[in-house]
Design a protein around this ligand. Structure first.
Ligand SMILES: [Zn+2]
Ligand SMILES: [Zn+2]
Length: 283
């Protein structure tokens, strides 16, 4: 899987030179994810969790996460280094995060649970103490938690609830990064931007607000990007990128398709649309 990802990133960098640096960053991340030891385990009481899911809560909540702090710290140090190496975000802020990590001022167990519970307070408070932008700390924590949860899923963690009707992930409550239309019928599959779970969703419904009024739902496409469109909702100003595997080929790696179509995010933002604010209900 890693080789396939790295190959796709290389192809992408060759065909879209503007994305070459982004592709190198992702290659570094995927290598890190593949090499990393597991640092998160989820202890789920499946019966209780399933009952909660029937009410729209995702499978996991922060208190179910068992975090191996030493391994998490080592992963986080490697992640900061990958970000530094690829010139992502401010170097000074990354240095401040590295120092905070080394001096024990990042309580990763607490912060990773806060990311899952969408509790921004501990994150913004820690960011202020360290002197970095909360968005940067949140990005790093979200990336780390995503890597941890993806490893849990590889070991068999999954939602058992059928017919999940929500626009956020049944496993972790994250929002989809992108969707795929597949099969002859063009079923719409959403992929969680955090844990990478996939779930099917009604084609003509806004994932953010549940709007089904066709007059306020639309989409746009961009030249030179076949098989990709951006679904927009004029009611909540949310959008979702959608790739069509019937045009772009089977076996799409949606996280890479997401990176490959970054310019569509810029277009959507320019028109006043966002990836959405609505998330799973707070625990
Ligand atoms: Zn998820
Ligand atoms: Zn909407």
């Amino acid at each position: 899987m890693l080789q396939k990802r790295l190959q796709r990133l290389e192809e992408l960098a060759a065909t879209k030179p503007a994305l070459a640096e982004v592709c190198r960053f992702y290659a570094g991340l995927y290598q890190l994810f593949a090499d990393a030891a597991s640092f998160v385990q989820a202890e789920v009481d499946i019966e209780a969790a399933t009952a909660r899911q029937q009410q729209g809560f995702p499978l996991l909540s922060g208190d179910m996460l068992q975090i191996d702090t030493a391994v998490a710290q080592s992963f986080f140090a490697d992640l900061l280094q990958v970000m530094k190496d690829h010139g992502q975000q401010g170097q000074n802020e990354l240095q401040a995060l590295q120092t905070a990590l080394q001096t024990g001022r990042l309580d990763l167990a607490e912060l990773l649970r806060a990311v899952l519970d969408r509790d921004r307070k501990p994150i913004s408070e820690t960011a202020e103490v360290i002197g970095v932008q909360p968005a940067l700390l949140e990005y790093c924590l979200t990336t780390a938690l995503g890597a941890g949860l993806q490893r849990c899923r590889e070991k068999g963690l999954e939602s058992r609830v059928q017919g999940w009707i929500h626009g956020y992930c049944p496993v972790c409550g994250g929002l989809p990064a992108i969707a795929e239309l597949s099969g002859e019928e063009g079923n719409k599959l959403l992929q969680c931007g955090l844990c990478s779970s996939k779930w099917s969703f009604h084609r003509l419904t806004c994932i953010h607000c549940g709007n089904t009024d066709h007059d306020s739902l639309a989409y746009f496409t961009a030249d030179g990007e076949p098989g990709c469109r951006v679904d927009i909702c004029r009611k909540c100003s949310g959008y979702l990128k959608v790739v069509d595997s019937r045009e772009r080929g089977e076996g799409l790696m949606l996280d890479i398709e997401d990176a490959a179509t970054l310019h569509l995010d810029l277009l959507a933002a320019k028109e006043g649309f966002s990836r959405g604010k609505k998330e799973a209900p707070e625990v």
